[in-house]
Design a protein around this ligand. Structure first.
Ligand code: 3PG
Length: 305
């Protein structure tokens, strides 16, 4: 089988070497498409692939229509909003993710961004400390739980909410359950977002929630830019000169926000939450193993469509 590793944002060399070892060791071949410029490059590279490993690369209907041999796509990572699941199912293509494999890297970045903002983006201005502050975690999955543990170790009080988890599970994970999203946003000096981008969550965090945050609060988004209502965010920042926003996923209006709000806003130039050598190895090798296992035994654990 021909496995295509398509990564606009390439994996670390060690991860690529490990993926190659697993794929070729199982008797398959590996093709590489890294740092490509246009979607057309992915469409043509996918044309004769039996399997594709991707990161945030877009596997849309055009890719799926053209990939006549394709049987499986594995998103080496958590969020699969970049894959057209309906089109994949229509083409009988299995889609999987590799849950948990890059979570620690994202969680570490969420903590780093909090401290970066607390210390006014590492400028000489007097900052604050995160110890003793309250952190609210929106969605207590693999990343959210790790952020909570790390924050607790740093002396923060941790609260959390998750629409899919009963309060007992949140307590077991070491956080105090919030009663509602409104309660979480109203009570936390920092809120860290860990929800996926779905039709239900897109644009769901806006003026109403953000403007409830206490004085001096910071909203931390290492999830997806789409979950923020950008006009609502801008309005809240305008009205409340004490609020801050930091993101690993620059909003479309980042230039305007930076110009208007200066050091109160920061976004990484390119999504880098999962961009650690360890996360690349964990997620990349898991993806390669899942593909080999699928071809060898038909195992569809981690299927998301
Ligand atoms: C994920 O959903 O796993 C993260 O957002 C990482 O995305 P990336 O692989 O494009 O860095």
């Amino acid at each position: 089988m021909k496995v295509l590793l398509a990564t606009q944002k390439p994996f670390a060399a060690a991860a690529v070497a490990g993926i190659r070892e697993i794929i070729e060791g199982a008797g398959h071949t590996l093709a590489l498409l890294e740092k490509y410029e246009n979607q057309a490059d992915l469409v043509s590279a996918a044309a004769d692939a039996d399997a594709i490993i991707i990161r945030s690369d877009k596997v849309n209907a055009e890719v799926l229509d053209g990939a006549k041999n394709l049987k499986i796509v594995v998103r080496a990572g958590a969020g699969y909003d970049n894959v057209d699941l309906e089109a994949a199912t229509a083409h009988n293509v299995v889609v999987m993710n590799t849950p948990g494999q890059n979570s620690n890297a994202v969680a570490e970045l969420a903590i780093a961004l909090m401290i970066f903002m607390a210390r006014t983006q590492f400028t000489p201005a007097t900052g604050t400390e995160i110890m003793g502050k309250t952190l609210g975690i929106q969605a207590f999955g693999n990343v959210g739980r790790l952020v909570g543990k790390k924050a607790e170790a740093l002396g923060m009080k941790v609260r959390a909410i998750d629409p899919f988890l009963p309060k007992e599970k949140i307590l077991e994970g070491g956080a105090e359950p919030a009663e509602s999203l409104e309660d979480l946003y109203s009570s936390c000096d920092y809120v860290s977002i860990h929800i996926p981008a779905t039709p239900q969550t897109i644009g769901s965090i806006g003026y109403d929630l953000i403007s409830r945050m206490p004085k001096g609060a910071t909203l931390v988004n290492t999830a997806r830019k789409e979950v923020i209502d950008e006009d609502g965010l801008a309005k809240a920042l305008e009205e409340r000169p004490d609020l801050k926003y930091v993101a690993d996923v620059a909003p479309d209006n980042i230039d305007m926000l930076k110009e208007k709000f200066g050091l109160r806003v920061f976004a990484t130039p390119k999504k880098m939450g999962a961009q650690s050598a360890e996360a690349n190895v964990n997620a990349g090798l898991a993806a390669a193993r899942q593909i080999c296992d699928f071809f060898a035994t038909g195992n569809t654990r981690f299927k998301v469509n």
